[in-house]
Design a binder for this molecule. Sequence first.
Ligand code: COA
Length: 382
Amino acid sequence: MTVDKDSAEPVVHHGLEGVLAFESEVAYIDGHAPELLIRGYDIADLAHHFGYEQMAYLLLCGRVPSADELAGFQAELADLRVLPEPVLDLLRSAPENAHPMAVLRTAVSLLGVFDPNADAIDPDSLLAAAKSLTAKFPTLVAAQTRLQAGREPVAPEGAALGHAANYLYMVDGTAPPEPLRRAFDAALVLYAEHETNASTFACRVVVGTMSDMYSAVVAGLGAIKGPLHGGAIDGAMNMLVEIGSTDRAADYVDAALAAKRKLPGFGHRVYRAGDPRASELREMALEMAAALNGSKGGDSKWFDIAIAAEKRMAETKGIIPNVDYFAAPVLYQLGFPLNLMTNVVASARITGWSAHIIEQYAKNRLIRPRARYTGERGKRLS
Ligand code: COA
């Protein structure tokens, strides 16, 4: 609630739209340009030149690593990939119909219970927890993917496989071909950080009370699960499957708009002219479609449907696709099922959350907004 100087009336910023809640050196978004900078570097530049570990180092340590620093960081992450047995047991014993994000959220909470240093908030301990979570999220999500398909989890490889390659290896049981590893790596980089989105804000709100890092990450997971945030990627892929063929795309979009339904993967609170991450993923999706067309098991169908629906959305409502729209067919083609894509997004976003969590602890002020009261007054019990 701020006060409008002319009317002296409190102004409510519904959805906190446009409100600057704190200062940050992690990311910069210009919704009009459109532009996304991570620690000063353009997101497209990072997606083209960085693997996920470099991106993670940039986010967690604030600068680009030297070759030696990167090698050391990769080795550290590789050593931290294995899950405590009770956490694996939890994944195995979760009911089949439990929401995969609810299971992930619970597993991360349990990781905190097994970290003897979970309540420490000094910079070294925070960095150690961030590395541990960054390394373990892929093991969790890959195990969920395999268990859902009735297969045993694959134990992580050592440092011989990098973060993205090991992730796909734990899903498929074989090391991925280089073009697929590269596409996945770039997708993880694109998802790693996005300023004050709802889940990052949730993390910072929890840190604002000086609670612990695991509690903050669990709050982030709860927020990113929602269909208006990270959950939109599952919705986007479900939509492409529902559309089913390119010739049905226009009718599908028209019917959804007529029914005032929001199409998952379209629209953005900050980007109105285009999401720079979506532009990268669109290119990636097209390249993947071309590479897959005619190849064994390959199928460009989902990309073709996505392009057809995007075209109709542009012609009618003029709403832009966001990051989730083209990421959905990319992740689907990489072997992730329809209902586990948000989990993959969260596994990438852990480094962005961690960067913000570390920053919030370093210059904390309790986050405590106000509400304009619209209820009754003066009521009495007797
Ligand atoms: N499908 C259809 N119409 C949409 C739309 C979508 N995905 N997103 C926005 N619109 C429409 C709104 O209905 C509104 O139309 P109106 O002016 O005729 O009422 C107009 O576009 C403006 O949207 P607004 O409601 O102001 O956007 P917002 O900033 O409140 O919401 C999102 C942003 C992301 C929550 C919203 O676009 C959405 O729900 N998208 C789908 C979920 C998604 O993909 N989320 C991931 C974001 S990275």
